[in-house]
Design a protein around this ligand. Structure first.
Ligand SMILES: [Zn+2]
Length: 338
């Protein structure tokens, strides 16, 4: 028996076992998928989960005796989301949420990480100052300037003719909304918000939520943190700015112990086989086995889960949260192990 078949069988059995005792469901975090990959992910996920709209999330989190749910989310707002993924999801009757970077839509500047990919493709090994873990520690302004300078120095640029690289337009985003998909905010720039000053991070979040709401002429249904990095203070700010749900990248299942301002997501990649998807979602049910793609490893395990209840303001929630996990209410990522 091939390794793929063994993995597929093991993954599927693991997920069937998990479903016996696990309530809630999963929020899946995708980026770009081809037509074939979209079909495969939907086919594999549809075996074990009911697909839901972002607007159904609150009800389904509290529903009893239901099949586990799956909310599909796509970050960054690449044009292929609108031209390849969404038409296929619509044909299949599968809802999804698309989180867009508001300053990039309709623009002609590639994202810093696509430029980084282009640099790596051309140069092979990159200088230490361009290593991803190093870049992700930097404020956005410094990071973007460093990438820009490297692209100029090595004569490299990301190819905006590729719809997996080029951002969609606002017209395409509005069409997604009109077709019944959710269009949410993913920052005004793709800054890692825990690397910004509090004032800059607050402004970035507020601007992106305000722009989405204005462009789709409806309340912004959600905010997803770029690279997943967040603090409770930033998450609650996004919630207070009007985002109906706030999403991170903590790789666990979501259930009623999670507040709407801190919803976990399990990241899937385009090349994942059925077996890997099953196994990853089964491992995510454990609540502690997968690493957070925001670079903080398994630090999320130390987090306490609190609900936003009537009468609780943001400050008291932050204090409650921080007392259990971070020991401080300062502007810093509580999911960074110290
Ligand atoms: Zn992103």
């Amino acid at each position: 028996m091939s390794f793929d078949r063994v993995l597929n069988r093991a993954g599927r059995r693991s997920l069937e076992f998990v479903r016996l005792f696990k309530t809630g469901g999963v929020i899946v975090n995708e980026h770009v998928l081809s037509l074939e990959q979209t079909r495969r992910h939907v086919e594999v996920l549809g075996r074990s989960f009911d697909f839901i709209h972002l607007s159904d999330l609150q009800n389904r989190i509290h529903a009893r005796n239901k099949k586990p749910f799956c909310l599909l989310t796509f970050d960054d707002g690449k044009r292929s989301n609108a031209t390849v993924v969404a038409p296929e999801l619509k044909r299949l009757g599968v809802p999804a949420a698309f989180f867009v970077v508001t300053s990039s839509l309709g623009g002609h500047t590639p994202f810093w990480f696509d430029r980084h990919w282009a640099l790596r493709a051309k140069l092979g090994t990159l200088p230490q100052g361009l290593a991803l873990p190093v870049l992700k520690q930097l404020p956005y302004r410094v990071l973007a300037a460093r990438i820009e300078q490297a692209c100029a120095q090595y004569g490299v640029e990301a190819d905006l003719r590729n719809d997996d690289i080029c951002p969609m337009s606002w017209e395409e985003a509005r069409r997604l909304h009109q077709q019944g998909f959710s269009v949410g905010a993913h920052g005004h720039t793709h800054a890692i918000l825990t690397r910004e000053t509090k004032a800059d991070a607050f402004e970035n979040i507020a601007t992106s939520i305000r722009m989405v709401s204005a462009e789709i002429a409806a309340p912004c249904p959600g905010f997803a943190f770029p690279n997943g990095n967040y603090t409770p203070e930033l998450a609650l700010h996004a919630f207070d700015c009007g985002a109906c749900a706030v999403l991170t990248t903590e790789p666990v299942w979501v259930d009623e112990t999670f507040p709407l301002w801190r919803l976990p997501r399990v990241q899937l990649f385009c090349g994942h086989s059925a077996g890997v998807i099953h196994l990853k979602l089964a491992l995510a049910a454990s609540g502690w086995m997968l690493s957070n793609p925001d670079g903080t490893g398994r630090g999320y395990r130390a987090m306490r889960r609190v609900r936003r209840r009537p009468g609780h303001n943001s400050e008291s929630l932050i204090e409650h949260f921080a007392a259990g996990a971070a020991g401080s209410v300062s502007h810093r990522p509580v999911n960074l192990p110290e």
